[in-house]
Ligand binder design. Structure first.
Ligand SMILES: [Zn+2]
Length: 433
């Protein structure tokens, strides 16, 4: 039964203090400037029976422990049950170190500030509920993204082989050209929020030691300018573990700072604008959410591996070289439980299903879930509700390349991709059409 919709949206500022370690490169950088603020952006949908909160944060990743703490606050303040709350990250590479990653330690103090700020965004959105209508559509964009893994002339697969590399043969996998659009308008036809789903790692280009929400923020500015309105513009990343914006055949003509990122953001905003201006809106809204827990094994570690890693680090000094950095990662991994528990969630909004997956998912995982989905529209959002590292396909493990190198940012066994896909398809099948 679909019921009449109410909706509210809000954002809270989650910009870290200067001096905070930033994550996303292979070394630690302390923030020395803020180019644009980071936000947690929340959209609450309420049909009188079910309430859903969708939150996207301008962060690289967020582990389940912090997501669940934010969900608890949201439940106590807004009465929204944890399974109805999705919290994901854009994957900006110029945000705080919210997890221990290659070269950086976790910024614990920042995380203590962050958790209630995420809950604040939902609490404010929940206060602003008003009569609303919803429209959903999908656009198509294949000029902005590239699969960053390439077959090379020597028979290997390389990640990011560089511009004009003469040894490139062809990309090792596809892209996902879908531009998912969900627009919510109020009774006065003013836009309350617009949520887009597009698979692109990030764009970058700016100074590495300045805080920025990257192209995700430039997109939000552009789309509001095109609509000539202020609203909450949310860009939820798709399955982009192996997708970037580097056209190896055509180096960008705009260089310096974020000029190229702004260009990419404007093109995506134009795509979204054309879809969002041609939607059919409905005041009726069916809402439902389901999730399931998954136990996924970490790739096995032998005593011999640990011995070798210790030997490699014996007498090593900072900064560590590449092999030493991975040896350090192996020692971290050897301390972990052999299995991790994580979750997959599906939120149904009329004929749209939003699938929330917890890692840096390879694009084929999202494509396969969409192929098997019984819904008219399916958005697959990565880095949602937890962070489990890269999730390459089984085929990619055979091919090798950066994303399959064993580290805290890539630790799961090759069968993880199948486990996530099967779980998502199982959950999608639970909804009565
Ligand atoms: Zn990344």
């Amino acid at each position: 039964m679909s019921k009449i919709l109410k909706s509210g949206a809000a954002r809270s500022n989650i910009t870290p203090l200067l001096g905070t370690s930033l994550a996303g490169y292979f070394n630690d950088r302390k923030a020395v400037d803020v180019l644009d603020d980071l936000h947690a952006k929340a959209l609450v949908l309420d049909n009188g029976e079910t309430k859903i909160a969708l939150v996207v944060c301008d962060l690289i990743v967020l582990e389940g422990e912090y997501v669940n703490r934010a969900r608890q606050i949201i439940e106590s303040h807004c009465g929204i049950p944890p399974e109805n709350v999705m919290i994901s990250c854009t994957h900006t590479h110029t945000g705080p170190a919210t997890a221990g990653l290659l070269g950086v330690d976790k910024e614990e103090e920042y995380l203590e500030f962050l958790v209630p700020r995420i809950a604040d965004s939902v609490q404010m959105a929940n206060r602003r509920l008003q009569d609303a209508q919803i429209g959903i559509g999908v656009g198509h964009e294949e000029r902005l993204t590239f699969n960053r893994r390439y077959w090379m002339k020597d028979g290997t697969v390389r990640t990011n082989p560089g511009y004009k590399n003469p040894d490139i043969v062809r990309p090792a996998a596809p892209i996902d050209p879908d531009v998912g659009v969900m627009r919510v308008i109020g009774a006065d036809s003013q836009t309350i929020a617009l949520l887009t789903n597009f698979a692109l790692h990030y764009v970058g280009g700016g100074p590495s030691d300045a805080v920025s929400a990257d192209y995700f923020a430039f997109w939000a500015d552009s789309i509001q300018r095109m609509h000539e309105e202020k609203f909450i513009a949310i860009l939820a990343n798709g399955c982009c573990g192996d997708i970037n914006n580097v056209d190896v055949n055509n180096p960008p003509s705009r260089t310096g700072g974020y000029e190229h990122a702004k260009h990419v953001a404007a093109i995506l905003a134009a795509d979204v604008f054309s879809v969002s201006e041609n939607l059919r809106f409905s005041p009726e809204c069916r809402l439902a959410a389901v999730r399931e827990k998954l136990n996924i094994p970490i790739r096995p570690i032998t005593n011999e591996d640990v011995k070798k890693a210790r030997q490699m680090l014996n007498g090593a000094s900072e900064p560590l070289n590449r092999d030493q950095a991975y040896a350090r990662e192996l020692l971290f991994l050897a301390e972990m439980e052999p299995k991790i528990e994580t979750e997959v969630q599906v939120i149904a909004i009329n004929d749209l299903a939003i699938v929330a997956l917890p890692g840096e998912m390879f694009v084929e995982i999202g494509l396969e879930i969409k192929r098997q989905s019984p819904f008219k529209y399916t958005f697959v959002v990565e880095l949602a509700n937890d962070y489990v590292g890269y999730v390459p396909t089984v085929k990619a493990f055979d091919e090798g390349g950066y994303e399959t190198m064993f580290a805290r940012s890539s630790k799961l066994a090759p069968e993880a991709a199948t486990q996530f896909t099967e779980s998502a398809v199982r959950l999608l099948g639970k909804f009565q059409k």
